[in-house]
Design a protein around this ligand. Structure first.
Ligand code: GDP
Ligand code: MG
Length: 218
């Protein structure tokens, strides 16, 4: 019996993070289902959705995880950020407090997840455009530059830039994985050199090689 062909080449687990009401669930629904809800229902929380995309000739399943309404308990959410490949860090362009909080969300991601794909989103840019205010722009740029995270303004409501945000996230995830692969292969090469130069080390080398291989495969 032949095995069923896989529907995708890569599956990326992505978490949307940020304060309550910044528009995480809306961005998720817009990207996964092209839907938008006008009325705010904090209990409208989608746990997981996915969307299959083609990116640079690869079929990618983007698995989207929402924060299920527990944003005030940041540390509880951060503790659940396991095995993720990327994060969408969302603030509301009309709410400077949500940008201040985003610095803390980023710190949590750095502490808990290490090198994962990241993208920063100033959501609700349609409101900024209609009010003419630009209250968070310079602080958001500073944070993005300091942390080296690509920054986009978007709107789940008008669908402005939403596709672009997720394309950039996929690229950022691929870049992280390539960098991790390169550093693992560099340590692999250096352990071979060590073995070659110091044959008395051979007893430890098989364990080192095994642990590097494990890292490469994760
Ligand atoms: P979450 O708590 O971060 O998941 O936020 P929600 O996605 O539930 O959105 C909170 C509120 O903001 C809802 O009333 C949404 O309709 C509204 N909202 C979300 N995105 C946008 C947007 O891009 N523009 C505008 N004007 N409202 C938005
Ligand atoms: Mg939500």
């Amino acid at each position: 019996m032949s095995a069923r062909p896989k529907k995708y080449d890569h599956k990326f687990k992505v978490h949307l993070l940020g304060d309550q009401a910044v528009g995480k669930t809306s961005l998720l629904l817009r990207y996964a289902e092209e839907r938008f809800y006008r009325t705010y229902d904090p209990t409208l929380n989608i746990d997981i959705k996915y969307r299959d995309v083609e990116y640079q000739g690869k079929r990618i399943r983007v698995e989207l995880w929402d924060t299920i309404g527990q944003e005030r308990f940041r540390s509880t959410i951060s503790a659940t950020l396991k095995d993720i490949d990327g994060v969408v860090l969302v603030y509301d362009v009309m709410d400077s407090e949500s940008l201040v909080s985003l610095g803390q969300w980023i710190a949590d991601v750095e502490r808990r997840c290490g090198d994962v794909g990241r993208v920063m989103v100033g959501n609700k840019v349609d409101l900024e455009e209609s009010s003419g205010d630009d209250i968070t722009a310079s602080a958001a740029c500073e944070l993005a530059v300091e942390k080296g995270i690509p920054l986009f303004k978007a709107s789940a409501k008008s669908n402005h830039n939403v596709e672009h945000v997720f394309d950039e996230l996929i690229q950022s995830i691929l870049d992280c994985k390539a960098a991790l692969g390169q550093s693992a292969s560099r340590s692999f090469e250096s352990s071979i050199v060590t073995l070659h130069e110091d044959p008395e080390n051979q007893a430890d080398v098989s364990n080192t090689v095994l642990s590097i291989l494990r890292k490469c495969l994760c």
